[in-house]
Design a protein around this ligand. Structure first.
Ligand code: SAH
Length: 217
């Protein structure tokens, strides 16, 4: 069992969930302990989901690694995240889209939606402690993400952290052609590629467990 962030990253590499150097770099840079409640600090690097209050959890590290590997983020991508939760994944996404100062990409940005305001505030505070330079890339939105966030659309990538029974139509509409959604559906993680206007290709990886996406409140 991992006792440091470095050991957690090594473990995720050994079991094959972290595949690319860039994702390993992101996990190294964003220490999970900042996103785990005080009373659970001793378990911050365990490869398990942990409670963060309001009946929600910080995701299991291998699930976050698996989803980020599938998402294929690049510098400069514009991203919508549904379910900020602890903010750990938000920070990892922001790290992966931020541009190095030498490149001429437009300033990257992401919108991170969360229906529980206390979690959204907690996530902002955690990122401020863990990686303050990333805050300028993230806009936190309090509200129901099942309708996406039209004002920021279109997105290169959309990632969800809570499971519904189908991929929300709004997310598909708010994606660029050539864009990708990675989302939990039931007990699967699905990857949806938008290959043309109203043309989508979907693949599915079975065998995961998520908190539910709560719609329409
Ligand atoms: N990756 C996050 C996981 C958070 S759990 C982490 O590692 O911390 C999923 C989150 O989705 C919960 O915080 C939950 O409140 C939120 N959520 C559920 N339904 C939602 C909805 N319709 N809109 C926005 N957020 C939602």
């Amino acid at each position: 069992m991992a006792h440091t962030n470095k050991e957690l990253v090594r473990e995720l590499r050994e079991v094959g969930y972290i595949k690319t150097d860039r994702i390993a770099e992101a996990f190294m840079a964003i220490d999970r302990a900042f996103f785990v409640p005080q009373e659970l600090q001793s378990r911050a690097y365990e490869n398990v989901a942990l409670p963060i209050g309001d009946a929600q959890t910080i995701s299991q590290p291998l699930v976050v690694a698996f989803m980020l590997e599938l998402l294929g983020l690049q510098e400069g991508h514009k991203v919508l995240e549904i379910g900020t939760g602890s903010g750990w994944k938000s920070a990892l996404v922001a790290f992966l889209i931020k541009t190095s100062s030498q490149t001429s990409h437009p300033k990257p940005c992401m919108y991170s939606m969360e229906r529980i305001p206390a979690l959204s505030h907690g996530a902002r505070n955690a990122i401020e402690s863990a990686a303050p330079d990333l805050l300028s890339y993230i806009t936190f939105i309090e509200g129901d993400g099942s309708k996406g966030y039209e004002r920021g659309a279109p997105y290169d990538r959309i990632i969800a952290a809570a499971a519904s029974d189908h991929v929300c139509e709004a997310w598909k509409n708010q994606l660029i052609i050539g864009g990708r959604i990675v989302a939990p559906i039931g007990e699967s993680i699905v990857v949806v590629d938008k290959t043309g206007k109203d043309v989508f290709e979907q693949r599915e990886y079975y065998g995961f467990s998520f908190v539910p996406l709560i719609k329409g409140e």
